[in-house]
Ligand binder design. Structure first.
Ligand code: CA
Length: 235
């Protein structure tokens, strides 16, 4: 295989790590290894691997916490993750999948199957039409928005405003800019109505309402640090 794909394997059991590294390298992959969650997270952020194999029971941060943080960070959120679990951790795996992991394998697994799953995950293109901030997901194809897996009922205007804000976290938009980017010049929404629509969005967001910040004298912005807060607070 002529693949230059780099795979990060976060696994604390030395013998499993060794077998995986041996087989992946033989299949033409470059392999980076981490023995604990904190080191794994750091390597994911600095090395930008093409795929991550993530054990669940890890020292430092466990696999679920690592997964959550990777998926909350725009720099790492598109990297496919395959969770590796012991049979007794299958309940945790469901949590991993709901936190954005792409696949999982239960130990012991065959190396041939692992290679096959890796190929599939690498082929799957991330969907650029899904924006996320922590567990807040905005699906631009299906036109729906969910928080912690629960569908929110946004009006079309609210959806468009949230989309504009989430597309550029940290950027402050004036009310006029928001109307222009989110709704276009033909919009009948006027400046002061933006506040009403934003209030509507916040109401739907409930506990996550503070993800949309009011910027005094300017307008609104998506809090770029909000995803971190959400990731840390989640169970
Ligand atoms: Ca382990």
């Amino acid at each position: 295989m002529s693949s230059e794909h780099n795979i990060l394997c976060i696994e604390d059991e030395a013998d499993i790590q060794e077998i995986i590294a041996y087989n992946l390298e033989r299949a033409g992959y470059t392999v980076t290894l981490a023995n604990d969650g904190i080191k794994g997270l750091e390597l994911a952020q600095t090395k930008h691997p093409d795929l991550i194999l993530l054990d669940i029971m890890l020292p430092g941060l466990n696999g679920m916490q690592v997964c959550e943080r990777l998926k909350a960070d725009p720099k790492t959120q598109l990297i496919p993750i395959i969770m590796l679990s012991a049979r007794s951790e299958e309940a945790d795996v469901i949590g991993g999948l709901s936190r954005g992991a792409d696949d999982y394998m239960t130990k012991p697994f065959s190396q041939a199957e692992l290679l096959a799953r890796i190929k599939v995950a690498l082929r799957r293109k991330p969907n650029p039409n899904i924006l996320s901030m922590g567990s807040l997901l905005l699906d631009l194809d299906a036109y729906h928005c969910s928080l912690n897996g629960k569908m929110l009922k946004l009006t079309t205007t609210e959806f468009k405003l949230l989309h504009t804000l989430m597309a550029q976290p940290g950027r402050a938009f004036s009310r006029e800019q928001l109307i222009l980017s989110a709704l276009g010049e033909q919009s009948e929404v006027v400046d002061r109505n933006v506040d009403v629509h934003i209030r509507g969005v916040r109401k739907q967001l409930g506990e996550a309402a503070s993800a949309i910040e009011t910027v005094r004298g300017v307008g609104y912005r998506c809090d770029p640090n909000y995803t971190k807060t959400l990731a840390n607070e989640a169970p």
